[in-house]
Design a protein around this ligand. Structure first.
Ligand code: PGA
Length: 251
């Protein structure tokens, strides 16, 4: 496969500075000889600490969200300018917890995607269906809508900074993983949607990560699928011992 695997840890709302610095240092040491692309996405309050630890390493710094406006009177929000100032390179947008718990819709997510790309960030756009949507046979419809609307108005020249993460909502934090075959079917479908929007060349290059209960014992089978190019890992990214075997899986 010509695409490089991209293994990312989404730390969600966990840890304080000391544990974050320790985990980041362990990852720097153990991933030094890793051959894939790596990212950690800590909470906003940990970004400066983690940034200092991973500086100069092969691990990218990610944020888990950003405001949809550049700056101004937006109490409680964090701006792309502030993230850039801390060394953040990548922003995760449209995570299912943002969509379903904090009610972010496709239009808001699209606004954030465009703003982040405009400021030179890499964006990981998360998509994925709810269990009831899967049961109603709407997987493709939902994933297509979230992809198309998430990228609406994004120029083809910016697509090299876009990563898609397919995360079936029913598999996140539940211990239920999509089978490699089920995940592969959705990844192949999303790649076709990208081909329709941006052409075959871009579609063949775009990284599509899988997320949802990725663990050491299922990572290699998932990554073996033709259209699965990496993982966005939640729970298992919080400990060195569980993340390293995923991050360093052997193809
Ligand atoms: P999980 O989370 O690995 O804990 O299922 C994945 C995610 O939400 O990105």
């Amino acid at each position: 496969m010509s695409r490089n695997y991209y293994m990312a840890g989404n730390w969600k709302m966990h840890m304080t500075r000391n544990d974050a610095a320790q985990l980041a240092q362990d990852l720097v040491n153990q991933l030094r000889d890793g051959t894939h692309k790596y990212l950690v996405a800590p909470s906003f309050t940990l970004l400066e600490t983690v940034s200092a630890v991973i500086e100069g390493s092969n691990i990218r710094l990610g944020a888990q969200n950003c405001a949809s406006e550049e700056q101004g009177a937006h109490t409680g929000e964090v701006s792309v300018l502030q993230l850039k100032d801390l060394g953040v390179q990548t922003i995760i947008l449209g995570h299912s917890e943002r969509r379903h718990v904090y009610k972010e819709d496709d239009a808001l997510i699209n606004k954030k995607v465009k703003l982040a790309l405009k400021h030179g960030f890499e964006v990981i756009l998360c998509i994925g269906e709810l269990l009831e949507e899967r049961e109603a046979g709407k997987v493709e419809e939902v994933c297509e809508r979230q992809t198309v609307k998430g990228l609406e108005g994004v120029d083809v020249s910016l697509l090299n900074n876009v990563v898609i993460a397919y995360e079936p909502v029913w598999a996140i934090g539940t211990g239920k993983t999509a089978t490699p075959q089920d995940a592969e079917a959705v990844h192949a479908f999303v790649r076709k949607v990208i081909a329709r929007l941006y052409g075959d060349d871009i579609a063949s290059k775009i990284i599509i990560q899988y997320g949802g209960s990725v663990k050491a014992d299922n990572a290699a089978q998932l990554m073996a699928m033709e259209n699965i190019d990496g993982a966005l890992v939640g729970g298992a990214s919080l400990k060195t011992d569980s993340f390293i075997p995923i991050a360093k899986f052997q193809a």
